[in-house]
Ligand binder design. Sequence first.
Ligand code: C2E
Ligand code: MG
Ligand code: MG
Length: 353
Amino acid sequence: MLVLSQLESSAENVTTLLESTVFHEVFHIEGRALRASFKSGIARYPVDGQDGNTLAQRAEAALKQAKESGEQYLHYQIQMHSDIAERLSLEHKLRAALDEQQFLLHYQPQIHIATGRIESVEALLRWHDPQQGLQHPALFLPVLESSGMIVAVGEWVLRKAAEDCRRWRAAGLGPVRVAVNVSAQQIRRRNFAEYVHAAAANCGAGGYGLDLEITETGLLHDVEGANRKLRELRAAGMRIAIDDFGTGYSSLGLLSKLPVDVLKIDRSFISGLPSDRASVTLVSSIIGLASAFNLAVVAEGVETTGQLALLGKLKCKYSQGYLHSRPVPAAELERALAAQAPRLRRSPSTETG
Ligand code: C2E
Ligand code: MG
Ligand code: MG
């Protein structure tokens, strides 16, 4: 942060000064001349704020806007405030959310179509904002991603999902598996595999029972690296699913290069079933493709019995969507799992009388 004092505080004065100094400064380091590029946000006393805190906040708001729009510098403007201040305050709240235990997981069943049983569930992140109540990822995930916080929050998600999975198994609720969404930033970490192992170690004996859901864009960045990391996790018993399949753009190439077990057909294709011919063609082609690669298929966003019937006919293996259940808190899922768990056979000794 640069504080320019005793400058006649007009917008032109500040920019003239910046342009003639910092923006044009050449740095001489180890005999080489380096020209650095700057982005800057400018707030002026007293028009933009009466105290240091306000000025710093507003300069930061202008800086964020400059970075986003690609401008070298921007002066703070009132209308930046509503957007950027809101985003900054959201980021601020999210920074505290992990420590304050405001994150939670909801679970949505994935149904084995042929038997109607829940074989696995997807863990979906929720945030309990103390002021606004329960928030869905669309609102806060972009901020977790842009701030890098997704790496720490994603680690919490893995740990929590592993813990719940272990508890359900211990309670005899069946060999249910839990699918966790992981973002590109997590996968890109050099130690991604160790990071997952460490978090999942909670799941105890008998394999982790965790699966990972990854989008195509998350894998494109470094296919070689992703390949190596995913193989390692798969060797430890995790299954790898491609999420939102069909919405990315290099689907086929990836399938042949990466260790993948499951394709999740994006909701946008399922919603056209059963009447829209193009959707039917697309979905049945994806199922055919998956079977050629020996992959299981999950249909996402199944909302009607008509969609389910057609998916069954097309030999899609799993179905997930509001038709079966919305994402629900762990306790509610436990009741659903208990309802389908085979009754424990009473041992002969208890059958007296
Ligand atoms: P996704 O992984 O594709 O998850 C499916 C989304 O579709 C969920 O939204 C789910 O509530 C919604 N959905 C399921 N069935 C239906 C249906 O029948 N109809 C409709 N209209 N929607 C349905 P949600 O929970 O809001 O999550 C949105 C996205 O946020 C997820 O998409 C995933 O990409 C991301 N996300 C969620 N949790 C995490 C997480 O822990 N880590 C990361 N990195 N991303 C997450
Ligand atoms: Mg998913
Ligand atoms: Mg999806």
